[in-house]
Ligand binder design. Structure first.
Ligand code: Z15
Length: 819
C-alpha cells in the first residue's frame, strides 16, 4: 500500500474492479475481447474518478476559504498526453503498472494508445500547459480557461517530401477519458446585433447591447493534478454549441431546414484550432473564437466570485486574470461591458476594477504576430465592445495629451486605434492600457519590449512593464520523459528535485567524477537508442548511436532559421564529397516541425530538408558520416523521446526575434549542449552554465539592427565565402531532385534576392565555425560528459515552478493554499 498526495492509500483490488467496470459498462467490451485501446480508455476513466473527486473537493475548499486565485486565459493549451504524467503526479505509476500487469497488460504499451491532445501550436500553448502544472504542484489556486477544439493542430505527413495536413480528431469516437462535461456551468454567448440607448428607472441615459444571435458554451474540465499533493485544478475548455432554434425569424418564415443549417454553422465556432504560430491571420471566425472564449470565461469567473458570496467591488481583490498574449484581449471590454451595463457601475468604478484585475504577457515582437482587428469587423460582431474600446481610447488619449501636449506623433503611435484606409484596433496597446502588469518572457525580450516596442508606455506607466523568464515543468520534461536520468539524479541529490529543482545543482560536484560521467553518458546512449529504434520502426532509417545527435525541433519559421541549419548540412555534404582532407564525427541531424498550411516558404524548407535527407541517407560516398531525419508529425509525445536523446540543441534564431524559447531549456536539462544565438532565454542559459558550456555564435541584437540600417547585402557573404556559395548553389542543381533542377531554388532566391529580414547569410560563417568547435569538443568524451552534466546541474532557474513563483510574488500577489 502506498500513501501519496492524491489518494490516502491505493486499493489495488478496488482499482482493478473499477477498470473492469469501465471496460464493460463504459466501453462495452469484455476482458477477453478488449483491445489495448479499450484497456487504456478504461484505465483512464478509472483514474479520472479519483482526480474528478479531488477536483471538486479542491474547488469547494477554495470557494469556502475565499482565497485569491489566478485565471489563466489562453486560446491554446498544448498539454500532451495526460495519463503517464498524471500517474506520476498522483504517485501511482508503479502501483497502476502492477495492477495492469496483473490484468495482463504492460502500462507502457497502454500509454502509447493515448492520442496527444494537441490544443496548441507551439511554445505559447506548451508554456500554458507547463504553467498549469506548476500552479498545481505549488498549490497556487488557479483555473485555466481555454477552448475545446474539436480538431487540434493538424496531423502532418509527407508525400514526396511535401507536408500534407489532415484533421486531428484528438478525442476519437469514445471521447477523452480524462475530461468531464459540466452542464451546470453552461454559458450563453451573444453576437452581432446593435446597441440601443434607453433610460433606466431613475431617468439616467444608458446603453445596452441587443444581440442578433446567441450560441451556447459547454464547459469541459480536464484535471490538472498537483505533483505530490492533494490539489487538482480545472483546465476548463469551452465548446461552442448552437441552441436550436437560434434564428427564430427564419423558423417563423417556415425556413426550417435553413435555420437548422445555420445553427450547424454557428456550432462551428470551436471546430478547429487556427494553425498559425507567431502570425496573425485576421479571420472573422478567429475573432469569434476569441470572444466566445472570453465571454464564457469572464462569466464563469463572475459566477464563481458572486456565487461564493463576494461583492463585485471585490473582484480585483480575489481574482486576477492573466492574458496569454493578446488573443484573449477582448476580455477587457467584455468585463467593462458587464460592469457598466449589467452591474450599472460608473465608468471610473468599472475601470478601477477591470484594470486592477487583468495582467498581460507579451510573447513576441514580430510585427506580423501583433494582432490588429478592423473596427468594422468588431463593430459588426461586437457593437457594444467597439463603443467601449473607443471610450477607453478617448480617455487614454487625454492622458497622452496631458503628458505630451500637442504631440500628435506620439498620439498616433500610442493610440489603441490605428488610423488608415480602414481603422484597426491594436490589441497590444489595449492590453498595456487596460492592465496592471505587462511582462515579457525572458530578460532580453522584456528589455526590447521596453526599448523598442513600448518605450512611451514605459514612461507613461513606470513599473508596469516587467519580466518573468519562462520555464518548463521538470515533471514532464525530466522525470516522466527521462527515467534513466531521473534515477541518476535521485541517487545523487535525493528524490525531491522534481518540485524543488534547486536540488539538481548538487550534481555540479560530480561533473568531473569519471564513474558518474560514464553512467550519465550511458543513460544518454540508452535514450539515443530509444530514438534510433523509433526511427527504424517508423521511418525505416538506420542510424548509429555513436553519431552526434543534433536536433532542431520547433515550429517552422524563417526567424527560427531551419534553413540556416540546412545550409550547414549542405556545406558538410559538399566538404565530404570535395575536400579529401575534411573529416568529421558522424552526425545525425534531426528535424521535427510543422509549417502553417498557408506559409509557402516554410513548406518549401520542409520539402528541401526532406529531399536532402533522401539523398544523403542513401549516399554511400558519405561513409555514414551524415544522416538527416525529418520526424513527421512532431508533437509533445515525440518531443518526450527527442529531448532526452540530444547531444546538440539548435537554438539559432536571428537575435531579437525569439522572445524566449522553451525547447532550449528542455534540451539543456536533459544534457544537450546548445548551439545558439544571443537571443531569448539563450542569454540567461549562458549566464547560468558559463560560456565554456554553451556554443554561442552570430550577430548580437544591436549588430543586427546596425547591419539593417547600413543595408544588408547577402551577395557580400555569397561572394566572400566559397563554402556558403557551394551550399547555396547546390539548391539550384538537381542533386537532390534528380532530373528536376530548380525545385529547391526558392530558398536560395529568398536568401539572396528576397530581402531576407533574418540575415541568414550574415550568420553562416560563424555558425559553421562553431559547429567545427562542437565536432572537436565531442571527440573528447570526458570533456563532453562534464559539459553535459553541468548543463543539467545548472538549469534549475528554468523550472516553470520558479516562473510561477515570480508571477505569484511580483505580479499576482498570490499565496499557496495547501490541502
Ligand atoms: C508562440 O508560440 C510564441 C509567441 C507568440 O506570440 C505566438 Cl502567437 C506563438 C512563443 C514565442 O515565439 C517563444 O519565443 C516563447 O518561448 C513562447 O511563445 C512562450 O513564451
Amino acid at each position: 500500500m502506498t500513501t501519496n498526495g492524491q489518494t490516502q492509500q491505493f486499493d489495488k483490488t478496488a482499482f482493478k474492479a473499477a477498470v473492469e467496470k469501465h471496460l464493460t459498462t463504459t466501453y462495452a467490451n469484455t476482458p477477453t475481447t478488449a483491445t489495448s485501446r479499450s484497456w487504456y480508455l478504461a484505465m483512464g476513466r478509472a483514474l479520472a474518478e479519483i482526480t474528478t473527486g479531488n477536483l471538486l473537493e479542491t474547488e469547494q475548499q477554495l470557494a469556502e476559504e475565499k482565497v485569491r486565485s489566478v485565471n489563466y486565459l489562453s486560446l491554446e493549451f498544448l498539454i500532451g498526453r495526460l495519463t503517464g504524467n498524471n500517474l506520476i503526479s498522483m504517485g501511482l505509476y508503479e502501483d497502476v503498472a502492477d495492477a495492469m500487469k496483473e490484468m495482463g497488460h504492460s502500462l507502457t504499451d497502454l500509454l502509447e494508445e493515448e492520442r496527444d491532445p494537441a490544443l496548441g501550436n507551439g511554445g505559447l500553448g506548451r508554456l500554458a500547459a507547463c504553467f498549469m502544472d506548476s500552479l498545481a504542484a505549488q498549490e497556487y489556486p488557479a483555473v485555466g480557461y481555454g477552448l475545446h477544439y474539436e480538431y487540434g493542430l493538424f496531423r502532418q505527413s509527407f508525400v514526396d517530401g511535401r507536408q500534407v495536413e489532415a484533421p486531428d480528431a484528438w478525442r476519437g469516437l469514445e471521447g477523452y477519458p480524462w475530461e468531464v462535461v459540466r452542464p451546470e456551468l453552461n454559458q450563453t454567448v451573444n453576437l452581432y446585433g446593435h446597441v440601443e440607448a434607453y433610460k433606466d428607472e431613475n431617468g439616467n441615459a444608458c446603453r445596452r447591447w441587443v444581440p442578433g444571435m446567441t450560441v451556447e458554451g459547454v464547459a469541459w474540465d480536464l484535471p490538472i493534478v498537483g505533483y505530490d499533493n492533494k490539489s487538482v485544478y480545472p483546465l476548463r475548455l469551452w465548446e461552442c454549441r448552437s441552441p436550436a432554434p437560434f434564428s427564430l425569424s427564419r423558423f417563423n418564415d417556415g425556413d426550417y431546414v435553413g435555420a437548422q443549417y445555420s445553427a450547424l454553422e454557428a456550432g462551428n465556432v470551436t471546430k478547429v484550432l487556427y494553425p498559425n504560430d507567431n502570425h496573425d491571420q485576421g479571420k472573422a471566425l478567429r475573432l469569434m473564437q476569441q470572444y466566445f472564449h472570453c465571454a464564457c470565461s469572464i462569466a464563469d469567473i463572475l459566477r464563481r466570485h458572486i456565487g461564493a458570496g463576494n461583492k463585485i467591488e471585490d473582484l480585483a481583490k480575489l481574482e486576477t486574470i492573466q492574458l496569454n498574449d493578446t488573443h484573449p484581449t477582448i476580455a477587457i471590454p467584455e468585463l467593462m461591458r458587464i460592469l457598466l451595463d449589467e452591474y450599472k457601475l460608473g465608468w471610473d468604478a468599472a475601470w478601477t476594477i477591470s484594470s486592477k484585475t487583468f495582467a498581460y504577457t507579451n510573447h513576441t515582437l514580430l510585427p506580423e504576430a501583433l494582432e490588429t482587428w478592423s473596427e468594422a469587423l468588431i463593430a459588426q460582431m461586437l457593437p457594444r465592445h467597439m463603443e467601449i474600446i473607443f471610450e477607453i481610447n478617448h480617455r487614454f488619449m487625454k492622458l497622452v495629451e496631458q503628458t505630451w501636449p500637442g504631440n500628435n506623433e506620439v498620439k498616433r503611435k500610442l493610440s489603441i486605434i490605428e488610423e488608415g484606409s480602414q481603422r484597426m484596433v491594436r490589441m497590444a496597446n489595449l492590453c498595456v492600457v487596460g492592465t496592471y502588469a505587462v511582462n515579457g518572457v525572458a530578460a532580453l525580450h522584456s528589455e526590447l519590449v521596453k526599448r523598442d516596442l513600448f518605450p512611451e508606455f514605459d514612461e507613461l506607466f513606470p513599473g508596469r512593464l516587467t519580466n518573468v523568464t519562462n520555464g518548463v515543468t521538470p515533471r514532464r520534461w525530466i522525470k516522466y520523459c527521462n527515467p534513466g536520468l531521473s534515477a541518476l539524479i535521485s541517487e545523487k541529490v535525493g528524490n525531491d528535485w522534481p518540485n524543488k529543482l534547486e536540488k539538481i545543482t548538487g550534481l555540479e560536484k560530480f561533473a568531473e567524477d569519471k564513474a558518474f560521467q560514464k553512467r550519465y553518458m550511458a543513460v544518454k546512449k540508452e535514450n539515443k537508442q530509444r530514438l534510433a529504434d523509433w526511427v527504424k520502426e517508423n521511418m525505416d532509417i538506420e542510424i548509429d548511436t555513436n553519431a552526434i545527435f543534433d536536433i532542431q525541433i520547433k515550429r517552422l519559421h524563417e526567424y527560427k532559421r531551419q534553413h540556416l541549419n540546412l545550409l550547414h548540412i549542405l556545406s558538410l555534404y559538399h566538404r565530404l564529397l570535395n575536400d579529401p582532407s575534411f573529416d568529421m564525427q558522424p552526425r545525425v541531424f534531426f528535424f521535427g516541425s510543422k509549417a502553417a498550411p498557408g506559409y509557402a516558404l516554410a513548406k518549401d524548407i520542409i520539402f528541401a530538408i526532406n529531399k536532402v535527407a533522401e539523398k544523403v541517407n542513401s549516399d554511400s560516398r558519405l561513409g555514414g558520416k551524415l544522416k538527416v531525419v525529418f520526424i513527421p508529425d512532431y508533437r509533445v509525445s515525440l518531443a518526450e523521446i527527442l529531448f532526452p536523446a540530444a547531444d546538440v540543441s539548435e537554438q539559432i534564431s536571428t537575435a531579437g526575434k525569439e522572445a524566449s524559447g522553451t525547447g532550449n531549456m528542455k534540451f539543456a536539462l536533459n544534457g544537450a549542449l546548445t548551439i545558439g544565438t544571443m537571443d531569448g532565454a539563450n542569454v540567461e542559459m549562458r549566464e547560468e552554465v558559463g560560456d565554456e558550456n554553451i556554443f554561442i555564435f552570430g550577430l548580437l541584437v544591436d549588430e543586427v539592427q546596425k547591419l539593417k540600417e547600413e543595408g544588408y547585402d547577402p551577395y557580400r557573404y555569397y561572394h566572400a565565402d566559397s563554402l556558403l556559395r557551394a551550399a547555396l548553389d547546390l539548391l539550384e542543381t538537381d542533386e537532390f531532385t534528380p532530373g528536376k533542377p530548380g525545385q529547391l531554388a526558392t530558398i536560395r532566391h529568398n536568401l539572396l534576392d528576397g530581402g531576407d529580414p533574418y540575415l541568414v547569410l550574415a550568420d553562416f560563417a560563424d555558425y559553421v565555425k562553431t559547429h567545427e568547435k562542437i565536432d572537436v569538443e565531442y571527440r573528447n568524451q570526458e570533456n563532453w560528459a562534464r559539459k553535459a552534466i553541468l548543463n543539467t546541474a545548472l538549469m534549475s532557474k528554468f523550472s516553470s515552478d520558479r516562473s510561477i513563483r515570480d508571477y505569484a510574488n511580483n505580479i499576482w500577489k498570490l499565496k499557496p493554499v495547501n490541502r
